[in-house]
Design a protein. Structure first.
Length: 85
């Protein structure tokens, strides 16, 4: 367990890419995205690559916040539902 937490902390495990929970379509889409990401990076100058990395970091942070918000909303809804029964 400690090693998994350590791996998460260092960014070696990316929950969004967990193949156990992704559907076939999601896995396929991740493959396309990865390929296009690599192709883009190859064509960039150093300055463009730096801007793209900043954009990518911001997008990842945004998605993490959005996922957390969805989880909080869903958790609250489930708790309210369970408290009624």
């Amino acid at each position: 367990m400690k090693s998994m937490i350590k791996e998460l902390w260092h960014g070696n495990i990316i929950p969004q890419e967990d193949s156990r929970t992704n559907s076939k379509e999601m896995k396929e889409l991740l493959g396309y995205m990865s390929r296009h990401h690599e192709d883009l990076e190859k064509s960039f100058s150093d300055e463009q690559r730096e801007v793209f990395e900043k954009f990518h970091d911001c997008w990842s942070e945004y998605m993490s916040l959005a996922e957390a918000s969805i989880f909080e909303t869903l958790s609250s809804s489930v708790c309210r539902l369970l408290s009624k029964h």
